[in-house]
Design a protein around this ligand. Structure first.
Ligand code: NAP
Length: 292
């Protein structure tokens, strides 16, 4: 069994990005600038946003964190989004999800300028991705594609099962893997909460991407020997033996599944760090218009 080391791969990608930033600086170009909006600083979201800001510093990007109160109105939030759209110093930005219930998430995401949408969530960018046109790929699926590529995991003609059909992970993952592209060309089955006999389907799969948000859902008896496992899930489970009071687990029961897998991503240290690295890569892409 080989661990797909997202932490190391992400570090390699960040080193490559840092070199690009050095070149930009040397040529007196515009340094990439990523901004993040966070509404109501709940624990997990703030941790994610802070790690994104930290990653920006590591590669030499500028970064801005816009912290807004939980009771902000939809109108006020839209105003903040429009300010970022107009701000020429910002190359790309993200709106950290989830947003509070009183705010229409789709409305906010649609207000983001597609040219600054480094999360790749805007319908324009989703459409371009679907049509195989150059665009910002959503960071998590992009990170998974990059991991498959860097570990040279053959996908062509393979049976792939994606568990979960969210707009940000499962659905785009199923689209990318089924496309006529390198590290695509797979036969993809997308399963979700209404799927019957998931085990019958996963047992036939060569590659399984697990993104449903149910801790340790996929167990060893659900997979065949030699399978490649990409575990996207992150759940905080209370753990009083840990200083921070919780531990992170994925959607895969690592102990039983890793015994049968050829390749598997750990949690933490698998898909999570790759997501951040690809967000930086998208920001670099957004910045190209100034430096090419
Ligand atoms: P989501 O929006 O909640 O979607 C979950 C999907 O899983 C839905 O399609 C749902 O089906 C399906 N599902 C739920 N329970 C199921 C079950 N028992 N059997 C089969 N399908 C089931 O989740 P998400 O945003 O994609 O996130 C999934 C997980 O990945 C979460 O743990 C999240 O924290 C993590 N995540 C990690 C990263 C990273 O960078 N590592 C990034 C994003 C998300 P229906 O459509 O039928 O409801």
């Amino acid at each position: 069994m080989i661990l797909l080391d997202g932490k190391q791969t992400a570090a390699d990608i960040k080193d490559e990005i840092a070199l690009e930033v050095d070149k930009i600086r040397l040529n007196k170009g515009k340094i990439p600038h990523l901004a993040a909006i966070i509404v109501g600083a709940d624990g997990a979201s703030l941790t994610y946003v802070n790690s994104k800001v930290k990653a920006c510093k590591k590669v030499g990007f500028n970064s801005s964190l816009i912290e807004l109160p939980i009771d902000i109105t939809e109108e006020q939030l839209l105003h903040e989004v429009h300010l970022l759209n107009k701000d020429v110093t910002i190359d790309g930005y993200i709106v950290q999800l989830p947003l509070p219930d009183h705010i229409d998430e789709d409305l906010i995401l649609m207000a983001v300028d597609p040219n600054k949408d480094v999360d790749g969530f805007h319908p324009t960018n989703v459409g371009k991705m679907t049509l195989e046109l150059p665009t910002f790929l959503p960071a998590t699926p992009y990170g998974i594609m990059e991991l498959l590529e860097r570990y040279k995991i053959e996908t062509s003609g393979k049976d792939v099962v994606v568990i979960g059909r969210s707009h940000i992970v499962g659905r785009p993952m199923s689209i990318l893997l089924s496309q006529k592209r390198e590290y695509g060309n797979a036969t993809v089955t997308l399963v979700h909460s209404r799927t019957k006999n998931i085990k019958e389907i996963t047992k036939k799969a060569d590659i399984i991407v697990v993104a449903l948000g149910v801790a340790e859902f996929l167990t060893g008896d659900m997979v065949k020997k030699g399978v490649t496992i990409i575990d996207v899930g992150i759940t905080r489970l209370e753990d009083k033996t840990r200083k921070r009071g919780y531990r992170l687990v994925g959607d895969v029961h690592f102990e039983s599944v890793s015994k049968k897998a050829s390749y598997i991503t750990p949690v933490p240290g698998g898909v999570g760090p790759m997501t951040i690295a690809m967000l930086l890569k998208n920001t670099l892409l957004a910045n190209r218009k100034f430096n090419s």
